[in-house]
Ligand binder design. Structure first.
Ligand code: FMN
Length: 227
């Protein structure tokens, strides 16, 4: 693929880049389950994704693109089983009509249809927290996840800019070993989620409601208001 190997920040179209950053949503109900997603698009987006930073420039990302219908359904079963308590509890707890209720309805929809999504991508990173150190600490876990999750988000942004949607999910990791067995992933690899990928039905998405950052950003000392 070709993309600019250098670019001057003065030339960015801020309206475009800001719109990409503000409207890339967790897409579940609007995943088009009937439109094929070519390998080329996935590879193009992954090529952009691996421009993301990694600790010590280790570049330990690996990606598994799952298309086989039977394999997807087996992963969907693991996802539903591992996530069943969360999905059921969330659905019961959340106030009808609230943002959380909408998320839970949508999450349950995805769980039901996961095996029908054209492509499931499993991002992985070489290494496991408990094998990287005898005394695992936060530096180890942040270093490991921090070397794959920025790439995953870049992948999702690249998909969005091409008319595809995705949703970062973690529920199947409740039984990561079962998925590893289905996919032949060796024990020294860490799975860092599961990302369903499809073209979206419609291409317009809104920015989400978020708190003003001044309320959650401090100056010099924890809880000291920045403004
Ligand atoms: C760490 C993490 C784990 C998540 N796990 C799941 C998941 O297992 N299933 C799911 O449907 N969505 C999952 N999501 C998506 C969130 O529910 C979603 O990002 C959130 O509701 C905000 O929606 P938005 O991304 O559209 O703003 C996860 C997101 C993150 C960051």
């Amino acid at each position: 693929m070709t993309f600019a190997d250098s670019f001057d920040s003065a030339d960015f179209d801020l309206a475009q880049t800001d719109a990409l950053l503000s409207t890339t949503r967790a897409v579940r109900k609007r995943l088009d389950l009937h439109r094929d997603v070519p390998d080329d698009v996935i590879l193009e987006c992954l090529q952009l994704a691996v421009q993301a930073p990694t600790g010590s420039n280790n570049q330990g990302w690996r990606w598994l693109v799952v298309r086989d219908a039977d394999t997807k359904e087996r992963l969907a079963e693991i996802y539903r089983r591992a996530g069943s308590d969360y999905l059921a509890a969330g659905a019961a707890k959340t106030e009808a009509g609230s943002q959380s209720a909408r998320v839970m309805t949508s999450a349950n929809y995805l769980a039901e249809h996961l095996g029908e999504v054209p492509v499931l991508v499993i991002p992985m990173i070489i290494g496991r927290v408990d094998q990287l150190s005898d005394t695992p600490n936060n530096e180890i876990s942040v270093g490991l996840m921090g070397s794959i999750l920025p790439a995953v988000w870049s992948f999702q942004l690249a998909l969005r800019s091409r008319g595809l949607g995705s949703c970062f999910t973690t529920l199947h990791l409740g039984d990561e070993a079962a998925a590893a067995e289905v996919l032949g992933i060796p024990p020294h690899m860490t799975q860092a989620g599961l990302v369903p990928v499809a073209y979206t039905t419609g291409t317009s998405f809104r920015a989400a409601q978020r708190p003003p950052v001044e309320e959650i950003t401090y100056l010099d000392r924890y809880k000291n208001p920045i403004r």
